[in-house]
Design a binder for this molecule. Sequence first.
Ligand code: CAA
Length: 389
Amino acid sequence: MDLNLSEEHRMIRDMAREFAQKEIAPIAAHHDETGEFPYETIRKMGEQGFMGIEVPEEYGGVGMDTMAYVLALEEISKVDASHGVVMSVNNSLYCYGFLRYGTEEQKQTYLRPVASGEVVGAYALTEPQSGSDAGNMRVTAILSPDGSHYVINGTKSWISSGPAAKYIVLFVQTDPDAQPRHKGVSAFVIDTDQPGFSRGKTEPKLGIRASATCEIHFEDYHCPVDHRLGEEGNGFIISMSVLDAGRIGIAAQALGIAEAAYEASVQYACEREAFGQKIGQFQMIQQKIADMKMRIEASRLLIYQAALAKEDFKKTGRRYTLESCMAKTFASETAMWVTTQAIQIHAGMGYSKELPIERYFRDAKVTEIYEGTSEIQRMVIARLETGLR
Ligand code: CAA
Protein backbone atom coordinates (compact mmCIF):
# COMPACT_ATOMS: atom_id res chain seq x y z
CA MET A 1 0.00 0.00 0.00
CA ASP A 2 1.40 3.40 -0.98
CA LEU A 3 1.36 5.49 2.18
CA ASN A 4 3.02 8.53 0.66
CA LEU A 5 0.47 11.20 1.40
CA SER A 6 -0.07 13.82 -1.29
CA GLU A 7 0.50 17.51 -0.70
CA GLU A 8 -3.28 17.94 -0.54
CA HIS A 9 -3.64 15.21 2.09
CA ARG A 10 -0.93 16.69 4.27
CA MET A 11 -2.54 20.10 3.90
CA ILE A 12 -6.00 19.03 5.13
CA ARG A 13 -4.49 16.94 7.94
CA ASP A 14 -2.42 19.91 9.13
CA MET A 15 -5.38 22.26 8.80
CA ALA A 16 -7.55 19.95 10.90
CA ARG A 17 -4.79 19.51 13.49
CA GLU A 18 -4.30 23.25 13.81
CA PHE A 19 -8.03 23.92 13.96
CA ALA A 20 -8.58 21.26 16.62
CA GLN A 21 -5.75 22.58 18.79
CA LYS A 22 -6.79 26.20 18.48
CA GLU A 23 -10.58 25.99 18.53
CA ILE A 24 -11.60 22.67 20.10
CA ALA A 25 -8.94 21.86 22.71
CA PRO A 26 -9.82 24.86 24.93
CA ILE A 27 -13.54 23.94 25.10
CA ALA A 28 -13.57 20.12 24.95
CA ALA A 29 -13.55 19.48 28.72
CA HIS A 30 -16.28 22.06 29.34
CA HIS A 31 -18.60 20.59 26.74
CA ASP A 32 -17.93 17.08 28.02
CA GLU A 33 -18.86 18.23 31.50
CA THR A 34 -22.02 20.12 30.54
CA GLY A 35 -23.12 18.05 27.54
CA GLU A 36 -23.78 21.28 25.60
CA PHE A 37 -23.70 20.80 21.83
CA PRO A 38 -20.75 22.83 20.43
CA TYR A 39 -22.70 24.81 17.81
CA GLU A 40 -20.04 27.47 17.40
CA THR A 41 -17.10 25.17 16.65
CA ILE A 42 -19.23 22.94 14.42
CA ARG A 43 -20.19 26.05 12.43
CA LYS A 44 -16.51 26.98 12.13
CA MET A 45 -15.71 23.43 11.00
CA GLY A 46 -18.23 23.99 8.21
CA GLU A 47 -16.43 27.18 7.18
CA GLN A 48 -13.16 25.22 7.03
CA GLY A 49 -14.76 22.64 4.71
CA PHE A 50 -14.68 19.78 7.23
CA MET A 51 -18.40 19.02 7.05
CA GLY A 52 -18.49 17.95 3.39
CA ILE A 53 -14.99 16.82 2.53
CA GLU A 54 -15.90 14.39 -0.25
CA VAL A 55 -18.78 16.46 -1.61
CA PRO A 56 -17.97 18.27 -4.89
CA GLU A 57 -17.76 22.05 -4.67
CA GLU A 58 -20.89 22.43 -6.81
CA TYR A 59 -22.85 20.87 -3.91
CA GLY A 60 -21.23 22.87 -1.13
CA GLY A 61 -18.30 20.59 -0.23
CA VAL A 62 -14.57 20.69 -0.90
CA GLY A 63 -14.36 17.79 -3.36
CA MET A 64 -11.55 15.80 -1.78
CA ASP A 65 -11.22 12.01 -1.37
CA THR A 66 -11.83 9.48 1.43
CA MET A 67 -8.20 9.58 2.55
CA ALA A 68 -8.54 13.34 3.10
CA TYR A 69 -11.70 12.69 5.09
CA VAL A 70 -10.13 10.10 7.42
CA LEU A 71 -7.00 12.19 7.96
CA ALA A 72 -9.02 15.23 8.98
CA LEU A 73 -11.44 13.23 11.11
CA GLU A 74 -8.59 11.52 12.95
CA GLU A 75 -7.11 14.93 13.87
CA ILE A 76 -10.42 16.36 15.06
CA SER A 77 -11.22 13.21 17.10
CA LYS A 78 -7.75 13.20 18.63
CA VAL A 79 -8.71 16.39 20.39
CA ASP A 80 -12.40 15.70 20.89
CA ALA A 81 -14.37 12.62 19.80
CA SER A 82 -17.68 14.49 20.20
CA HIS A 83 -16.77 16.91 17.42
CA GLY A 84 -15.50 13.84 15.57
CA VAL A 85 -18.82 12.04 15.56
CA VAL A 86 -20.79 15.12 14.48
CA MET A 87 -18.35 15.46 11.58
CA SER A 88 -18.54 11.76 10.75
CA VAL A 89 -22.34 11.59 10.73
CA ASN A 90 -22.58 14.76 8.66
CA ASN A 91 -20.01 13.64 6.08
CA SER A 92 -20.72 9.97 5.67
CA LEU A 93 -24.13 9.09 7.03
CA TYR A 94 -25.85 12.17 5.63
CA CYS A 95 -23.89 13.63 2.69
CA TYR A 96 -22.70 10.36 1.23
CA GLY A 97 -26.27 9.05 0.87
CA PHE A 98 -27.19 12.07 -1.29
CA LEU A 99 -24.02 11.82 -3.33
CA ARG A 100 -24.83 8.22 -4.16
CA TYR A 101 -28.60 8.17 -4.36
CA GLY A 102 -29.86 11.79 -4.51
CA THR A 103 -31.43 13.46 -7.54
CA GLU A 104 -29.91 16.69 -8.81
CA GLU A 105 -32.67 18.68 -7.13
CA GLN A 106 -32.22 16.82 -3.82
CA LYS A 107 -28.48 17.49 -3.93
CA GLN A 108 -29.02 21.20 -4.49
CA THR A 109 -31.67 21.50 -1.79
CA TYR A 110 -30.63 19.03 0.93
CA LEU A 111 -26.97 18.29 0.32
CA ARG A 112 -25.57 21.76 -0.25
CA PRO A 113 -26.53 23.37 3.11
CA VAL A 114 -25.32 20.34 5.09
CA ALA A 115 -22.08 19.81 3.16
CA SER A 116 -21.21 23.49 3.56
CA GLY A 117 -21.85 23.26 7.30
CA GLU A 118 -24.63 25.85 7.22
CA VAL A 119 -26.89 23.32 8.98
CA VAL A 120 -26.32 19.90 10.55
CA GLY A 121 -27.45 16.57 9.05
CA ALA A 122 -28.34 13.28 10.79
CA TYR A 123 -29.29 9.67 9.96
CA ALA A 124 -32.16 7.75 11.55
CA LEU A 125 -32.18 3.96 11.34
CA THR A 126 -32.40 2.66 14.92
CA GLU A 127 -35.72 2.23 16.74
CA PRO A 128 -36.42 1.36 20.38
CA GLN A 129 -36.87 -2.34 19.50
CA SER A 130 -34.31 -2.55 16.67
CA GLY A 131 -30.62 -1.74 17.06
CA SER A 132 -28.48 -4.56 15.69
CA ASP A 133 -31.43 -6.06 13.82
CA ALA A 134 -31.90 -2.87 11.84
CA GLY A 135 -34.38 -4.44 9.41
CA ASN A 136 -36.92 -5.01 12.19
CA MET A 137 -38.35 -1.50 11.98
CA ARG A 138 -41.86 -0.29 12.82
CA VAL A 139 -41.94 3.37 11.78
CA THR A 140 -44.22 3.54 8.75
CA ALA A 141 -44.62 5.83 5.75
CA ILE A 142 -47.98 5.32 4.04
CA LEU A 143 -48.54 6.79 0.58
CA SER A 144 -51.51 9.20 0.46
CA PRO A 145 -54.45 8.22 -1.82
CA ASP A 146 -53.54 10.93 -4.34
CA GLY A 147 -49.91 9.72 -4.38
CA SER A 148 -48.50 13.17 -3.54
CA HIS A 149 -46.99 12.45 -0.13
CA TYR A 150 -46.29 9.84 2.53
CA VAL A 151 -47.68 10.03 6.06
CA ILE A 152 -45.00 9.03 8.58
CA ASN A 153 -45.70 7.76 12.10
CA GLY A 154 -43.52 6.27 14.83
CA THR A 155 -40.36 6.75 16.88
CA LYS A 156 -36.67 6.50 16.04
CA SER A 157 -34.09 6.38 18.82
CA TRP A 158 -30.42 7.06 19.48
CA ILE A 159 -30.20 9.67 16.73
CA SER A 160 -26.70 11.16 16.80
CA SER A 161 -26.87 14.94 16.20
CA GLY A 162 -30.67 14.59 16.39
CA PRO A 163 -31.15 17.60 18.69
CA ALA A 164 -29.11 19.82 16.35
CA ALA A 165 -30.09 18.52 12.91
CA LYS A 166 -32.06 20.53 10.38
CA TYR A 167 -32.33 17.58 7.97
CA ILE A 168 -32.39 13.85 8.70
CA VAL A 169 -32.14 10.87 6.35
CA LEU A 170 -34.83 8.52 7.64
CA PHE A 171 -35.41 4.80 6.99
CA VAL A 172 -38.96 3.51 7.40
CA GLN A 173 -41.38 0.78 6.36
CA THR A 174 -43.37 1.61 3.23
CA ASP A 175 -44.54 -2.00 2.91
CA PRO A 176 -44.55 -3.90 6.23
CA ASP A 177 -45.67 -7.13 4.46
CA ALA A 178 -42.87 -7.18 1.89
CA GLN A 179 -40.87 -10.38 1.41
CA PRO A 180 -37.96 -10.37 1.92
CA ARG A 181 -38.62 -7.79 4.61
CA HIS A 182 -35.83 -5.45 3.55
CA LYS A 183 -37.76 -4.74 0.32
CA GLY A 184 -40.39 -2.95 2.44
CA VAL A 185 -37.96 -0.25 3.59
CA SER A 186 -37.59 3.17 1.93
CA ALA A 187 -35.43 6.22 2.63
CA PHE A 188 -36.61 9.83 2.98
CA VAL A 189 -35.18 13.21 3.82
CA ILE A 190 -36.96 14.92 6.69
CA ASP A 191 -37.07 18.61 7.45
CA THR A 192 -37.14 18.90 11.25
CA ASP A 193 -38.92 22.29 11.07
CA GLN A 194 -42.05 20.75 9.54
CA PRO A 195 -45.20 19.89 11.55
CA GLY A 196 -45.48 16.30 12.72
CA PHE A 197 -41.82 16.12 13.72
CA SER A 198 -40.73 16.40 17.35
CA ARG A 199 -37.77 15.48 19.51
CA GLY A 200 -37.96 13.31 22.58
CA LYS A 201 -35.55 12.82 25.44
CA THR A 202 -31.87 13.55 24.96
CA GLU A 203 -29.78 10.54 26.01
CA PRO A 204 -27.59 11.01 29.10
CA LYS A 205 -24.44 9.28 27.83
CA LEU A 206 -21.22 7.84 29.28
CA GLY A 207 -19.04 9.44 26.61
CA ILE A 208 -19.08 11.71 23.54
CA ARG A 209 -21.26 13.83 25.79
CA ALA A 210 -21.01 17.02 23.73
CA SER A 211 -22.51 15.27 20.71
CA ALA A 212 -26.22 15.35 21.31
CA THR A 213 -28.27 12.16 20.84
CA CYS A 214 -32.06 11.93 21.09
CA GLU A 215 -35.28 10.17 20.18
CA ILE A 216 -37.33 11.62 17.34
CA HIS A 217 -41.07 11.27 16.89
CA PHE A 218 -43.31 11.41 13.83
CA GLU A 219 -47.00 12.06 14.18
CA ASP A 220 -48.75 12.27 10.80
CA TYR A 221 -45.68 13.91 9.31
CA HIS A 222 -46.42 14.69 5.64
CA CYS A 223 -43.43 13.91 3.49
CA PRO A 224 -43.67 14.90 -0.20
CA VAL A 225 -42.95 12.05 -2.62
CA ASP A 226 -39.96 13.88 -4.08
CA HIS A 227 -38.31 13.75 -0.63
CA ARG A 228 -37.81 10.00 -1.10
CA LEU A 229 -34.16 9.04 -1.56
CA GLY A 230 -33.85 6.32 -4.19
CA GLU A 231 -36.58 3.92 -5.22
CA GLU A 232 -39.35 2.74 -2.92
CA GLY A 233 -38.21 -0.54 -1.33
CA ASN A 234 -34.50 0.23 -1.75
CA GLY A 235 -34.10 1.95 1.61
CA PHE A 236 -32.46 -0.91 3.48
CA ILE A 237 -29.78 -1.31 0.82
CA ILE A 238 -29.20 2.45 0.96
CA SER A 239 -28.90 2.34 4.76
CA MET A 240 -26.34 -0.48 4.61
CA SER A 241 -24.24 0.96 1.80
CA VAL A 242 -24.16 4.32 3.60
CA LEU A 243 -23.01 2.51 6.76
CA ASP A 244 -20.11 1.06 4.77
CA ALA A 245 -18.90 4.65 4.42
CA GLY A 246 -19.92 5.62 7.96
CA ARG A 247 -17.95 2.80 9.57
CA ILE A 248 -14.73 4.11 8.02
CA GLY A 249 -15.47 7.42 9.74
CA ILE A 250 -16.01 5.76 13.12
CA ALA A 251 -12.76 3.84 12.64
CA ALA A 252 -10.94 7.14 12.04
CA GLN A 253 -12.63 8.61 15.12
CA ALA A 254 -11.43 5.62 17.18
CA LEU A 255 -7.91 6.02 15.81
CA GLY A 256 -7.87 9.66 16.90
CA ILE A 257 -8.98 8.74 20.43
CA ALA A 258 -6.35 5.99 20.68
CA GLU A 259 -3.59 8.29 19.46
CA ALA A 260 -4.47 10.97 21.99
CA ALA A 261 -4.37 8.45 24.84
CA TYR A 262 -1.14 6.95 23.54
CA GLU A 263 0.73 10.23 23.18
CA ALA A 264 -0.29 11.30 26.68
CA SER A 265 0.90 7.92 28.01
CA VAL A 266 4.31 8.13 26.36
CA GLN A 267 4.80 11.61 27.77
CA TYR A 268 3.72 10.51 31.25
CA ALA A 269 5.94 7.41 31.13
CA CYS A 270 8.91 9.64 30.31
CA GLU A 271 8.19 12.09 33.14
CA ARG A 272 6.71 10.19 36.07
CA GLU A 273 9.19 8.58 38.42
CA ALA A 274 8.76 5.63 40.78
CA PHE A 275 11.35 3.64 42.70
CA GLY A 276 14.00 6.09 41.58
CA GLN A 277 13.48 5.89 37.82
CA LYS A 278 11.12 6.93 35.03
CA ILE A 279 8.17 4.56 34.91
CA GLY A 280 8.84 4.13 31.17
CA GLN A 281 12.01 2.26 32.16
CA PHE A 282 9.97 -0.54 33.70
CA GLN A 283 9.42 -3.45 31.36
CA MET A 284 5.73 -3.71 32.20
CA ILE A 285 5.17 -0.12 31.06
CA GLN A 286 7.39 -0.67 28.02
CA GLN A 287 5.28 -3.64 27.00
CA LYS A 288 2.13 -1.53 27.22
CA ILE A 289 3.70 1.27 25.16
CA ALA A 290 4.91 -1.18 22.50
CA ASP A 291 1.55 -2.95 22.24
CA MET A 292 -0.36 0.34 22.13
CA LYS A 293 1.83 1.56 19.29
CA MET A 294 1.53 -1.66 17.28
CA ARG A 295 -2.25 -1.78 17.57
CA ILE A 296 -2.58 1.89 16.62
CA GLU A 297 -0.43 1.50 13.52
CA ALA A 298 -2.28 -1.68 12.51
CA SER A 299 -5.57 0.23 12.87
CA ARG A 300 -4.21 3.00 10.69
CA LEU A 301 -3.30 0.53 7.94
CA LEU A 302 -6.78 -1.05 8.01
CA ILE A 303 -8.39 2.39 7.89
CA TYR A 304 -6.25 3.59 4.99
CA GLN A 305 -6.95 0.30 3.20
CA ALA A 306 -10.69 0.89 3.68
CA ALA A 307 -10.34 4.49 2.44
CA LEU A 308 -8.56 3.26 -0.69
CA ALA A 309 -11.20 0.54 -1.16
CA LYS A 310 -13.91 3.19 -1.05
CA GLU A 311 -12.07 5.24 -3.68
CA ASP A 312 -11.78 2.08 -5.77
CA PHE A 313 -15.54 1.57 -5.42
CA LYS A 314 -16.08 4.94 -7.13
CA LYS A 315 -14.31 3.54 -10.21
CA THR A 316 -15.19 -0.16 -10.18
CA GLY A 317 -18.37 -0.44 -8.09
CA ARG A 318 -16.74 -3.19 -5.98
CA ARG A 319 -18.26 -3.13 -2.49
CA TYR A 320 -15.91 -2.27 0.39
CA THR A 321 -18.06 -3.67 3.20
CA LEU A 322 -15.33 -6.09 4.30
CA GLU A 323 -12.59 -3.44 4.49
CA SER A 324 -14.89 -1.04 6.30
CA CYS A 325 -16.06 -3.58 8.91
CA MET A 326 -12.51 -4.78 9.57
CA ALA A 327 -11.22 -1.24 10.04
CA LYS A 328 -14.09 -0.28 12.35
CA THR A 329 -13.82 -3.39 14.52
CA PHE A 330 -10.07 -3.32 14.88
CA ALA A 331 -9.76 0.43 15.41
CA SER A 332 -12.61 0.65 17.93
CA GLU A 333 -11.31 -2.28 19.97
CA THR A 334 -7.85 -0.72 19.80
CA ALA A 335 -9.24 2.57 21.09
CA MET A 336 -10.89 0.78 24.02
CA TRP A 337 -7.79 -1.23 24.81
CA VAL A 338 -5.37 1.66 24.43
CA THR A 339 -7.44 4.02 26.60
CA THR A 340 -7.69 1.30 29.28
CA GLN A 341 -3.90 0.94 29.26
CA ALA A 342 -3.53 4.73 29.31
CA ILE A 343 -5.52 4.94 32.54
CA GLN A 344 -3.39 2.15 34.02
CA ILE A 345 -0.18 3.95 33.09
CA HIS A 346 -1.45 7.22 34.55
CA ALA A 347 -2.94 5.34 37.54
CA GLY A 348 -4.66 7.81 39.90
CA MET A 349 -4.14 10.71 37.50
CA GLY A 350 -5.73 8.68 34.71
CA TYR A 351 -8.80 8.20 36.86
CA SER A 352 -9.03 11.91 37.66
CA LYS A 353 -11.02 14.44 35.69
CA GLU A 354 -8.03 16.76 35.91
CA LEU A 355 -6.60 15.03 32.83
CA PRO A 356 -8.51 14.07 29.65
CA ILE A 357 -7.48 10.39 29.88
CA GLU A 358 -10.72 9.31 31.53
CA ARG A 359 -12.64 11.21 28.80
CA TYR A 360 -10.76 9.31 26.10
CA PHE A 361 -11.69 6.06 27.89
CA ARG A 362 -15.38 7.00 28.12
CA ASP A 363 -15.43 8.25 24.52
CA ALA A 364 -13.77 5.11 23.16
CA LYS A 365 -16.49 2.73 24.33
CA VAL A 366 -19.17 3.90 21.93
CA THR A 367 -17.00 3.19 18.89
CA GLU A 368 -17.47 -0.53 19.66
CA ILE A 369 -21.24 0.01 19.73
CA TYR A 370 -22.60 2.52 17.24
CA GLU A 371 -22.74 2.02 13.49
CA GLY A 372 -22.87 -1.70 14.24
CA THR A 373 -21.47 -3.42 17.33
CA SER A 374 -18.23 -5.38 17.13
CA GLU A 375 -20.39 -8.52 17.23
CA ILE A 376 -22.37 -7.40 14.16
CA GLN A 377 -19.17 -6.43 12.34
CA ARG A 378 -17.73 -9.88 12.97
CA MET A 379 -20.95 -11.47 11.75
CA VAL A 380 -20.79 -9.46 8.52
CA ILE A 381 -17.08 -10.23 8.02
CA ALA A 382 -17.65 -13.96 8.59
CA ARG A 383 -20.68 -14.00 6.27
CA LEU A 384 -18.64 -12.33 3.53
CA GLU A 385 -15.70 -14.67 4.02
CA THR A 386 -17.63 -17.95 4.22
CA GLY A 387 -20.69 -17.18 2.12
CA LEU A 388 -22.70 -18.83 4.94
CA ARG A 389 -25.59 -17.16 6.81
N1 CAA B 1 -24.26 -2.77 0.85
C1 CAA B 1 -25.25 -3.06 -0.04
N2 CAA B 1 -26.22 -3.96 0.21
C2 CAA B 1 -26.18 -4.59 1.40
C3 CAA B 1 -25.20 -4.36 2.35
C4 CAA B 1 -24.20 -3.40 2.05
N3 CAA B 1 -23.23 -3.11 2.92
N4 CAA B 1 -25.42 -5.14 3.43
C5 CAA B 1 -26.51 -5.86 3.17
N5 CAA B 1 -26.97 -5.53 1.93
C6 CAA B 1 -28.13 -6.10 1.25
C7 CAA B 1 -28.04 -7.60 1.13
O1 CAA B 1 -27.32 -7.98 -0.03
C8 CAA B 1 -29.51 -8.00 1.03
O2 CAA B 1 -29.99 -7.71 -0.26
P1 CAA B 1 -30.42 -8.92 -1.28
O3 CAA B 1 -31.46 -9.70 -0.57
O4 CAA B 1 -30.89 -8.18 -2.47
O5 CAA B 1 -29.16 -9.68 -1.50
C9 CAA B 1 -30.18 -6.99 1.94
O6 CAA B 1 -29.28 -5.89 2.07
C10 CAA B 1 -30.47 -7.53 3.31
O7 CAA B 1 -29.25 -7.91 3.90
P2 CAA B 1 -29.15 -9.02 5.00
O8 CAA B 1 -29.99 -10.18 4.58
O9 CAA B 1 -27.71 -9.26 5.27
O10 CAA B 1 -29.85 -8.31 6.24
P3 CAA B 1 -29.98 -8.82 7.73
O11 CAA B 1 -31.29 -8.36 8.21
O12 CAA B 1 -29.59 -10.24 7.86
O13 CAA B 1 -28.87 -8.01 8.58
C11 CAA B 1 -27.16 -6.59 9.32
C12 CAA B 1 -27.99 -7.13 8.17
C13 CAA B 1 -25.73 -6.58 8.81
C14 CAA B 1 -27.21 -7.34 10.61
C15 CAA B 1 -27.68 -5.14 9.54
O14 CAA B 1 -28.97 -5.18 10.12
C16 CAA B 1 -26.75 -4.29 10.34
O15 CAA B 1 -25.76 -3.77 9.83
N6 CAA B 1 -27.06 -4.09 11.64
C17 CAA B 1 -26.39 -3.11 12.44
C18 CAA B 1 -27.15 -1.82 12.41
C19 CAA B 1 -26.29 -0.63 12.56
O16 CAA B 1 -25.12 -0.61 12.19
N7 CAA B 1 -26.88 0.43 13.07
C20 CAA B 1 -26.21 1.67 13.15
C21 CAA B 1 -27.18 2.76 13.41
S1 CAA B 1 -26.59 4.31 12.86
C22 CAA B 1 -25.50 4.84 14.01
O17 CAA B 1 -25.14 4.13 14.90
C23 CAA B 1 -24.98 6.21 13.77
C24 CAA B 1 -24.44 6.86 14.98
O18 CAA B 1 -25.06 6.94 16.02
C25 CAA B 1 -23.13 7.51 14.89
